[in-house]
Design a protein around this ligand. Structure first.
Ligand SMILES: Nc1ncnc2c1ncn2[C@@H]1O[C@H](COP(=O)(O)OP(=O)(O)O)[C@@H](O)[C@H]1O
Ligand SMILES: [Mg+2]
Length: 155
């Protein structure tokens, strides 16, 4: 990611310590994706992945932070989301990424689902120190203009 530069928007961090904050983080991710011209499907992918990761912070670590950064690389425009906490960490990241694995009585689909929805997905975790999830999604094609329906009727 070294060659990427900010797409002119400053990074934004949202502190997450309950599920309402997780929803706010997901909404912020959707809004940023929309602003960058992501399709509605791509916006939904971003917000769904962010909601899962942010809810994991609340459930397993109690609190943490989700940071959003718009990036560009040549013609490409994307979103990088970094979610970090100082919680208990994940002992076996590969296990945690398997469908159906949960230590919390959940469905165990949050991490693997988020990984599938994004273009890149990394977890760095140390037991007792915390967890950082870094995930990225590129806009797939030409930018989709927000409120495209308002152009109806124009020549
Ligand atoms: N931020 C985190 N801190 C500690 N453990 C986590 C964190 N996020 C996920 N995990 C671990 O990874 C497992 C899988 O997470 P996930 O796929 O979201 O499923 P679920 O939330 O349904 O358990 C969790 O059960 C938990 O053990
Ligand atoms: Mg989860």
């Amino acid at each position: 990611m070294a060659e990427q530069i900010s797409a002119g928007l400053p990074p934004v961090s949202i502190r997450v310590s309950d599920d309402a904050h997780a929803v706010l983080a997901a909404q912020h991710g959707r809004a940023l994706a929309a602003r960058l011209g992501f399709s509605v499907v791509e916006q939904t992918a971003c917000s769904t992945a962010i909601l899962e990761i942010a809810r994991n912070i609340v459930k397993y670590a109690g609190a943490g932070e989700v940071t959003f950064q718009a990036v560009e690389d040549g013609e490409q425009v994307g979103i990088v989301v970094v979610a970090c906490d100082n919680g208990p960490g994940i002992a076996d990241v590969n296990l945690a990424l398997q469908d159906g694995y949960s230590t919390g009585g959940g469905l165990g689909l949050g991490l693997p689902g988020a990984r599938r929805l994004m273009d890149s997905f990394q977890i760095v975790s140390r037991p007792g120190q915390g967890t950082t999830v870094v995930m990225q999604k590129w806009r797939s094609a030409a930018p989709v203009r927000e409120h495209a329906s308002s152009s109806r009727g124009r020549p």
